[in-house]
Design a protein around this ligand. Sequence first.
Ligand code: GMT
Length: 369
Amino acid sequence: MRIGITCYPTYGGSGIVATELGLELANRGHQIHFITYANPIRLSDRPDIFYHEVEVMNYPLFQYPPYSLALASRMAEVAEQYSLDLLHVHYAIPHSVSAMLARGMLSSKRRLPFVTTLHGTDITLVGLDRSYFPITRYSIEQSDAVTSISEDLKRQTIEMFGIAKPIDVIHNFVNVALYKPAAARQPGCRRLIHVSNFRPVKRVLDCIRILAAVRREEEAELWMVGDGPDRGAAERLAQELGVIDAVRFLGKRNDIPALLPEAHVLLMPSDMESFGLAALEGMASGVVPVATRVGGVPELINNGVTGFTREAGDVEGQAECVIRLLSDSALCGRMAQAARRDAVERFSTDLIIPRYEGVYRRLISDFLA
Ligand code: GMT
């Protein structure tokens, strides 16, 4: 199939899923075209994958450059030039609106169905904003197929938007050949890791508080991977709580598969996670997640078996889980193995990518019918 993919090519989870999906689909022989404003991260040099940049012309009259329109034009142009079979857009706003326009622009010449994948904050935060609510609902309803990365997000989408359209749940996936436990971890290492874009929804300050509570009982250090608005506050809090020497802020990194297996425990104290891709990548790497019981996280982490989940904001509870793991290496090892096994058995690319291919085939055959 010839597939156009649009996403936010940034460090957010939806961009990572879209890029990994494109790579995996290309491995399976599909022709993949990324249509975005920048080359997506994790898109290694692959001559078989096309990248079409969306350029947004600025003009003094435009207080807000109309990116959605430039994207729609580019989508239509690429679809026509390369005879795309479909578009797959990740994150509803504004990508599904642009895809809807592109489909309309081409309708007299060719059919261009589009799939919208809902990732989380496109529904739970941004989509609910008064200025975006009606257009988000409309563009989801107008999509030829809709997928959601968890049952919880599907439920929320139906409840909040009253969507009648069928939604296929296709969980996030992980390349278990790339994300795998280290052959041998540094002996005596007691390392916690957090990976995110440091937005308020991630509660990065809780990572620092958890570390401070853990260090009252156990030696531990924390790697903070990523960057974003709450990084400065996290650094200040680490100073205040006297743990700055035990925290390393590593910034944005492209070597996450190499970093993860260097840790024992992954912290994901978010206020909301529609799925929690970072925790899944940790599990595949043999790192036990200690996370919050929010959104789709319970669909991923089996509390007490493949990781621990506590209420959002329960810093003491999460710290206790970390202490249990660090003080009982047999327990930590058992849970790390269970987490890895679960990632392989339920969320590996081999299982999940065919689900997307199934949606594409259904769409194309519906259109041919
Ligand atoms: O939260 C992020 O890191 C970014 C956000 C996005 O849409 O880019 O992530 C969402 O999508 C990820 C991939 O599908 C999910 O694993 C995350 O749980 C989800 N984040 C939230 O719901 C807050």
